[in-house]
Design a protein around this ligand. Structure first.
Ligand SMILES: NC(=O)c1ccc[n+]([C@@H]2O[C@H](COP(=O)([O-])OP(=O)(O)OC[C@H]3O[C@@H](n4cnc5c(N)ncnc54)[C@H](O)[C@@H]3O)[C@@H](O)[C@H]2O)c1
Ligand SMILES: O=C(O)[C@H]1O[C@H](OP(=O)(O)OP(=O)(O)OC[C@H]2O[C@@H](n3ccc(=O)[nH]c3=O)[C@H](O)[C@@H]2O)[C@H](O)[C@@H](O)[C@@H]1O
Length: 348
């Protein structure tokens, strides 16, 4: 129980969160698991919803403000009796009765998170506070999708979870990377102070079908450019590296983390590491060897290298990615061609 001074100011001992609704334990009522997905209309969120909806024991509630997400990503579930979609901004309070919260809401592409940096930091800080407040009120377990950007421009390679990072606190990316670092801090403080059940995933670059065509991230840019026959814009120097995880592997990792016993943080990503030049060559080879590569100016504080150490994910979650970059890119090409209305040229 919490210890309070006479004026009620000091809280030093943790108070457990409320137990879930008595209905959960009633003998004759067999409730479904009620799962909230914030940011569920976005790229990873909508794939996660597809997977959660496959289980008939799950009811899924999505909240999204549609900044970078779209109802289109969820159209097959709209009207389904186990699905609900709410237009809501997580910087405002939300009152719903749920058992689990996957908290994804936050713009993820650098061009979108830098567009309104103050809003991005509010989403990370106030949005996460609101979701933790909700978790505390209803006794829900909450998973935060943090990011490999918490490692900043890493001085340790590959990055393991114990590395504290090398982050510029006042740069143009700080609204996102420092925002996520505060979000992680809030998660652990609610865990220690209020006993909330938390899970933290540190996600490394994820790609796949349904990314916005104009999302601005490197894989979607290169694929759209190659299909349109435009030069691939490699930001200088082109030797910077990333490790790309296919979205179905990511969703599998997130669900294992939520269902498992470990708070994390746990890195979820594919350790295959590529320079941006190598990625451009792979996309050219797949889609159109004739498209040129154009070196363009980079943006400030772009991390020079990124590769997850996934020992923890392997040992604690029994998870590792299955789909290599060369297997994943063609799956994304098909989706992009369909949306761009450009079919494959058949050379005989
Ligand atoms: N895709 C990646 O490579 C990657 C890597 C690391 C971490 N992540 C994290 O995973 C999550 C999902 O990323 P994504 O790639 O699907 O991005 P996305 O932009 O496609 O999805 C984010 C979703 O959150 C919604 N959203 C944004 N601000 C909101 C707000 N204030 N209130 C309600 N909804 C809001 C957007 O409309 C969108 O639907 C994010 O938290 C991101 O930081 C993604
Ligand atoms: O994995 C992560 O943690 C982060 O990964 C990405 O951030 P970033 O790696 O900067 O994403 P991209 O915009 O895809 O850039 C990757 C690299 O490609 C380069 N790039 C980008 C776009 C482009 O057209 N050309 C190009 O060479 C960039 O300079 C950068 O070095 C995501 O967008 C973040 O949301 C996520 O948190």
């Amino acid at each position: 129980m919490a210890k309070e001074t006479a004026n009620g100011e000091q809280h030093t001992i943790t108070r457990p969160p409320p137990t879930p609704s008595p209905l959960r334990f009633s003998k004759f009522f067999q409730p479904n698991l009620r799962i909230l997905v914030t940011g569920g209309a976005g790229f990873i969120g909508s794939h996660l919803v597809d997977k959660l909806m496959e289980n008939e024991k799950n009811e899924v509630i999505v909240v999204d403000n549609y900044f970078t997400g779209s109802k289109d990503n969820l159209k097959k579930w709209i009207g389904h009796p186990r699905f609900e979609l709410i237009r809501h901004d997580v910087t405002e309070k939300l009152l719903v009765e749920v058992d689990q919260i996957y908290h994804l809401a936050c713009p993820a592409s650098p061009i979108f998170y830098k567009y309104n940096p103050v809003k991005t930091i509010k989403t990370n800080v106030i949005g996460t506070l609101n979701m933790l407040g909700l978790a505390k009120r209803v006794g829900a377990r909450i998973l935060l999708t943090s990011t490999s950007e918490v490692y900043g421009d890493p001085l340790e390679h590959p990055q393991k979870e114990e590395y504290w990072g090398n982050v510029n606190p006042i740069g143009v990316r700080s609204c996102y990377d420092e925002g996520k670092r505060v979000a992680e801090t809030l998660m652990f403080d609610y865990h220690r102070q209020h006993g909330i059940e938390i899970r933290i995933a540190r996600i490394f670059n994820t790609y796949g079908p349904r990314m916005n065509i104009d999302d601005g991230r490197v894989v979607s840019n290169f694929i759209a450019q190659a299909i349109r026959g435009e030069p691939l814009t490699v930001q200088s120097p082109g030797t910077q590296t990333r490790s790309f995880c296919y979205v179905s592997d990511m969703v599998d990792g997130l669900i294992r983390l939520m269902e498992g016993e470990h708070t994390g943080p746990i890195n979820i990503g594919n350790p295959g590491e590529f320079t941006m030049m190598e990625l451009a060559e792979a996309v050219k080879e797949l889609i159109d060897p004739a498209v040129p590569v154009k070196i363009v100016e980079n943006t400030p504080d772009d991390p020079r290298q990124r590769k997850p150490n996934i020992t923890k994910a392997k040992e604690l979650l029994g998870w590792e990615p299955k789909i290599t970059l060369r297997e994943g890119l063609p799956l994304m090409e098909d989706d992009f061609r369909q949306r761009l209305g450009v079919s494959k040229k058949h050379i005989n």
